[in-house]
Design a protein. Structure first.
Length: 199
């Protein structure tokens, strides 16, 4: 029998080695952004819960050695992902990043990232002993009709947060984050990638 992979949607997972110092520096930056935010309730986007905080999209604009290192890391991962999934190279792209601090009970509703080509998530901090269903990034099967199948019930790609790891996926995929109920924070940085397809 011959099998064909039809309509594949590729999700990339990456690991950053020796990321402890990077993660500490990024966490300190995001906490300082929260402390300095005078309009903290204004723009939470998909985030919900009284213990959640969503920065603005200025993270990559910060003059910070950890931000610069982070930018280099995710740029490489985006280039690798795009090359392996399309067979093409990226000549020019714009990246915008924001931080999310998920406290006890905070979560993100189902959403997409309109107008972006790719979405990237990087896990800066995760609570210890996090239950397997808590704080999970769930990416939904993009085929609406597949949700009606009675035999195929694998409708989500689940990414459990682990410090120093991340996920790259097409920005049009619906996704959300489940709440966690630990006292310590779950921190992530999300990035939108806008690729310039012009010669």
């Amino acid at each position: 029998m011959k099998y064909n992979e039809i309509y594949p949607t590729i999700i990339g997972r990456y690991v950053v080695s020796d990321s402890d110092d990077l993660n500490r520096g990024l966490a300190e930056l995001l906490y300082s952004m929260r402390a300095d935010d005078i309009n903290i309730e204004a723009s939470q986007h998909s985030m919900r819960g009284t213990n959640g905080y969503h920065t603005d999209i200025s993270v990559l604009k910060k003059d910070n050695k950890y931000v610069k290192a982070f930018h280099q890391i995710i740029s490489k991962e985006v280039i690798d992902y795009f090359g392996k999934t399309t067979g093409k190279s990226i000549k020019n792209a714009e990246l915008t990043s924001w931080g999310m601090i998920y406290g006890h009970g905070a979560y993100s509703e189902k959403h997409t990232h309109p107008k972006a080509d790719l979405a990237v998530v990087y896990y800066v901090k995760t609570p210890l002993d996090l239950p397997s269903s808590d704080g999970v990034l769930e990416i939904q099967d993009p085929r609406p009709a597949a949700r009606w199948g009675i035999n195929c019930r694998n409708l989500f790609f689940s990414a459990k947060p682990t410090e120093g790891t991340g996920v790259v996926f097409p920005a049009w995929l619906e996704h959300y984050v489940t709440p966690h109920y630990k006292d310590s924070d779950r921190i992530a940085i999300a990035t939108n990638v806008f690729i310039d397809y012009e010669d």
